[in-house]
Design a protein around this ligand. Structure first.
Ligand code: HDE
Length: 721
């Protein structure tokens, strides 16, 4: 499958597109019907007279309209809104130690990948910036068949057993009577369900943190969530947790920004991914694994099979086994991003499942859903889903079968077809499931080792910095304030009090409520546990340490690079061209992108009389779309900008969202238009991330760049009351 060749570059791509429409003999550029008949008039239907009725015999019109009528397919029930890109994966020399999978053996090899990022709850047309989990699904087109790592940007899940998934999704989707709210968890049915499901508390901590409002798909971690198995060449099995670590660090926006971005640009993440790839700034992740030897399965005070638990990185470090680069945008959204079908059951020799009951349920769901979404068991023949490995089996026919299977043999064993296709021996690459010993009774129960629902929620909350904890508290205040039924809020406060009493008190204060003294049961149980009378609450295991890897601010991954960050330059006629050019050149050298925001849509005149092209009319943008703001020098420009109604809001928001503001010379005077300027003593400007010609130690450009590398100046945020 040439299309997925990881190294095909964008230029070649464009050339191929041109060729498709301009065959050198000129014959292929004509519009035709689906049957290849050349169309002579695509603008007028066939009528009886130019003012007469349309004629049924108009096969050209009927074909066009019929096709159009069927151009939509059902959207995904979850993860409907997504964006995707092509790229490649390259293992390092470590990888082959742990798994015999072919694509992990040679550090010089690359495997094509197609990656789809998504939100979960919203419909296809919903905003990118909802508070939500993000899907992170990777299809590896390996020579041994397709391997899909269908993960999320949060390493755990809401529920422990697949049986609860339809309930979870029914609860979080818009409420069925009025189909509101779109792409949001802040409503009664969601919190009703959560308040009765203590096992969701760890996930709730993550979902209420800033992880659920990422700055960019390119700045998210990805996780396989479940524990999987690796099988090495000696047929030894180990448990693995998959991690994607972004080269640009893990970053988020703040909630007020998220809300405003949704209005300003609902395609914020989609555009960001598309533009980064078009501009050659290719997103990159390292693939890491936490490897746990088979013998250590029961070493931890949580169960490796429980998808509501992480393995803290401090207990088992992440070993990097390769990298992934996304270097090509899809050619067609529907054909690729929409029709791609991922499946956690798509694995290759060297990788296997565990008995995680959530994973086990997923193994059924993903093929089943494609039957109604893509309409046929032949969805594997759609170009984006086709493996590059040769595919031979005895499956035949069905809706939309593409392959013309020749011969009369479609069964095994056969002699008429010479025995083809043959079964592969293990040594020939045949897949063999790991021979795990199972000796058990058939039961509908949950293991007691799944019963502690609070220790890791606590670990997560207590590992956050004060600012991050405040954001979680605020998110819970926001979400629960939207809940209309008081009993649901109360139950939630009861659950939160099991995570951290200060957390529960702070949330209660924001709601004007009290934390209940004796929270309603069930607590620290699996649902249904009371019926069986088997699972008794386990004492909470307090982890000895906190985990820095869980905090985006403390995390080493919080890279200080400013590559691909967007900087708004506020300019009007009379702007100092030198001031613009010096800062622009310095930022671009670091890989950042500069956007000239002008008082019109076309161009402005610099003080030197030169024309400066405008990227965006101030009218059409807000500061939430940028990572930093720079005000170049130029007296006339500043005077003109002061007249713009939008300027105070633009700068106030940049300040409120703790982002860097730079001002060259008289540029600082524009800050007089803001409501924060009075709070700032000149000596404190730099510490607050406001870099002016007066505050610089090195140079304005160097100081501005280094401040941008800090990303946010949290010092500006008022502590919660
Ligand atoms: Fe999914 N999930 N899921 N899920 N999931 C789907 O499959 C399902 C779960 C995830 O970009 C659906 O093709 C069940 C966990 C991603 O196309 C569906 C359960 C994780 C995507 C489905 C889970 C995921 C999906 C909808 C509980 C993180 C988007 C359309 C047993 C590890 C893939 C489709 C893409 C999509 C079912 C839980 C990740 C209905 C039954 C846990 C990233 O089959």
């Amino acid at each position: 499958m040439k299309k997925n060749d990881a190294n095909r570059n964008l230029e070649e791509n464009a050339k191929q597109k041109d060729l498709a429409y301009n065959k050198s003999d000129g014959t292929d550029q004509f519009m035709t019907t689906d049957q290849g008949v050349k169309v002579n008039d695509d603008n007028n239907s066939l009528k009886a007279g130019d003012r007469g009725p349309s004629l049924l015999e108009d096969f050209i019109l009927r074909e066009k309209i019929t096709h159009f009528d069927h151009e939509r397919i059902p959207e995904r029930i979850v993860h409907a809104r997504g964006s995707a890109a092509h790229g490649y994966f390259q293992p390092n020399a470590e990888a082959k130690k742990y798994s015999k999978a072919g694509f992990l053996q040679d550090a010089n090899s690359t495997t094509p990948v197609f990656v789809r990022f998504s939100t979960v709850a919203g419909f296809r047309g919903s905003t990118d910036m909802a508070r939500d989990v993000r899907g992170f699904a990777v299809k590896f087109y390996t020579e041994e068949g397709n391997f899909d790592l269908v993960g999320n940007n949060i390493p755990i899940f809401f529920i422990q057993d697949a049986a609860k998934f339809p309930d979870l999704v029914h609860a979080v989707k818009p409420e069925p009577h009025h189909e509101m709210p779109q792409a949001a968890s802040a409503h009664d049915t969601f919190w009703d369900f959560i308040s009765l499901m203590p096992e969701s508390m760890h996930m709730i901590m993550w979902a209420m943190s800033d992880r659920a409002i990422p700055r960019s798909y390119r700045m998210m971690e990805g996780f396989g969530v479940h524990t999987f198995r690796f099988i090495n060449k000696k047929n030894e099995s180990s448990f693995v947790k998959f991690h994607w670590k972004p080269k640009l660090g893990t970053h988020a926006v703040v909630w007020d920004e998220a809300v405003k971005i949704s209005g300003n640009d609902p395609d914020f993440h989609r555009r960001d991914l598309w533009e980064a790839i078009e501009s050659g700034s290719f997103p990159e992740w390292e693939l890491g694994v936490q490897v746990i030897p088979e013998a250590d399965e029961h070493k931890f005070d949580f169960d490796l099979l429980d998808p509501t638990k992480i393995v803290p990185e401090e207990l088992v470090p992440v070993t990097i086994i390769g990298k992934m680069v996304l270097n090509r945008n899809p050619d067609n959204f529907f054909a690729e991003t929409e029709q791609v079908a991922f499946h956690p059951g798509h694995i290759v020799p060297g990788i296997d499942f565990t008995n995680d009951p959530l994973l086990q349920g997923r193994l059924f769901s993903y093929t089943d859903t494609q039957l109604s979404r893509l309409g046929s068991p032949n969805f594997h023949e759609i170009p984006i889903n086709r493996p590059i490995a040769p595919m031979h089996n005895n499956q035949r026919d069905g809706h939309m079968r593409q392959e013309i299977n020749v011969g009369r043999v479609s069964y095994h064993p056969n002699s008429l077809g010479g025995g083809c296709p043959f079964q592969a021996k293990i040594a020939e690459g045949g897949f063999e499931s790991y021979n795990e010993r199972i000796d058990a009774k058939k039961v509908r129960e949950r293991s007691e080792s799944f019963a502690d629902h609070f220790s890791q929620a606590k670990l997560f909350f207590e590992s956050q910095t004060q600012v991050e904890q405040d954001h979680i508290i605020n998110a819970l205040r926001f979400e629960l304030s939207k809940v209309e039924v008081p009993a649901i809020r109360e139950r939630m406060l009861g659950l939160l009090s099991q995570v951290d009493t200060n957390l529960a008190k702070a949330v209660a204060k924001g709601l004007g409520m009290q934390v209940p003294r004796s929270p309603e049961r069930p607590m620290n149980h699996g649902v249904g546990a009371d019926d069986k009378g088997k699972q008794e609450p386990k004492p909470l295991v307090k982890y000895a340490q906190t985990s820095d890897a869980l905090s985006m601010i403390k995390n080493k991954l919080n890279s200080d690079t400013i590559e691909s960050r967007q900087v708004a330059f506020l300019c009007a006629d009379g702007v100092d061209g030198n001031s613009v050019n010096t800062m622009k050149a310095a930022l671009e050298k670091e890989g950042a992108t500069v956007k000239i925001i002008g008082t019109n849509a076309t161009a402005i005149k610099t003080a030197e009389g030169k024309e400066l092209k405008v990227d965006h009319n101030l009218l059409t943008v807000s500061s939430v779309l940028f990572d930093a703001v720079f005000i170049p020098a130029g007296e006339a420009s500043i005077d003109r900008l002061k007249e713009e109604e939008k300027i105070p809001e633009f700068l106030n928001d940049t300040y409120k969202h703790c982002k860097v503001i730079g001002a060259d010379q008289e540029g600082i005077l524009l800050l007089n238009e803001t409501n924060f300027v009075l709070q700032l003593s000149e000596a404190k400007l730099e510490e607050q991330g406001i870099i002016t010609s007066d505050t610089t130690k090195a140079s304005l450009t160097a100081d501005f760049i280094s401040a941008m590398g800090e990303h946010r100046f949290w010092i500006r945020e008022k502590p919660l009351t």
